[in-house]
Design a protein around this ligand. Structure first.
Ligand SMILES: *Cc1c(COP(=O)(O)O)cnc(C)c1O
Length: 191
């Protein structure tokens, strides 16, 4: 099973975007709308695809809708509604809260099927699930969250499973990740 890499350029300037493109990576990840817009020309020149991986506020959708190729953090119906309005047919992942840690966003597991349905009724293209592992946990402590995410995606017939960051991508891949989001391991510590 091939695992794709999203090079997370958040915290770095346009140089990181160009470095990612030069290294052969096809996709970058960004967390913040303003920061993403500040790198817009470098992104457009590079031809890289952009995945939005930060917690998304409804009022930011419109500003970045024409730069973002995949929305990875859709975790509530109101956000889906805004995407349907500002980015009709948008490709997205539903973000699963697999660990119950506050401050990370994500939809509780029991609510995911209904949210997927809701997105589809709005003609949005739900391609998979995304999750962020619990922080401060050992690799073996993050494993159950990743396993749950993969199982839920399988149950829903979804093929993309975005999970794993610099500290936990190995476990994520063992548990069936199809996309890892890696920043620090590629670019070093964020300034
Ligand atoms: C910052 C971030 C990453 C990358 O984290 P690293 O530890 O630097 O690899 C991946 N996913 C999300 C959602 C992030 O916010």
């Amino acid at each position: 099973m091939a695992v794709s890499i999203v090079a997370v350029t958040k915290g770095f300037g346009p140089d990181a975007v160009r470095a990612a493109a030069a290294s052969g990576v096809a996709t970058i990840g960004e967390n913040y709308a303003q920061e993403l817009l500040s790198k817009r020309s470098a992104i457009e020149e590079s031809g890289l695809a952009v995945h939005f991986i930060g917690q998304l506020q409804r009022n930011k959708v419109r500003a970045i809708a024409d730069v973002v190729g995949l929305w990875e953090t859709v975790d509530r119906a109101a956000l889906a509604d805004e995407l349907a309005r500002r980015a009709p047919g948008a490709r997205l992942l539903v973000q699963l809260d697999a660990s119950g840690q506050p401050g990370k966003g994500g939809c509780p597991p029991g609510d995911v099927p209904a949210l997927v349905e809701h997105c589809r009724r709005r003609d949005l293209a739900v391609e998979g699930l995304m999750t962020v592992g619990p922080t401060g946990a050992s690799p073996e402590q993050v494993r159950p969250a990743f396993r749950m995410c993969r199982r839920l995606a399988d149950e829903l017939g979804l093929t993309t499973v975005s999970m794993g960051m610099s500290d936990d991508f190995e476990v994520a891949v063992e548990e069936g990740s199809t996309e890892v989001r890696v920043g620090t391991a590629l670019f070093g510590r964020r300034p």
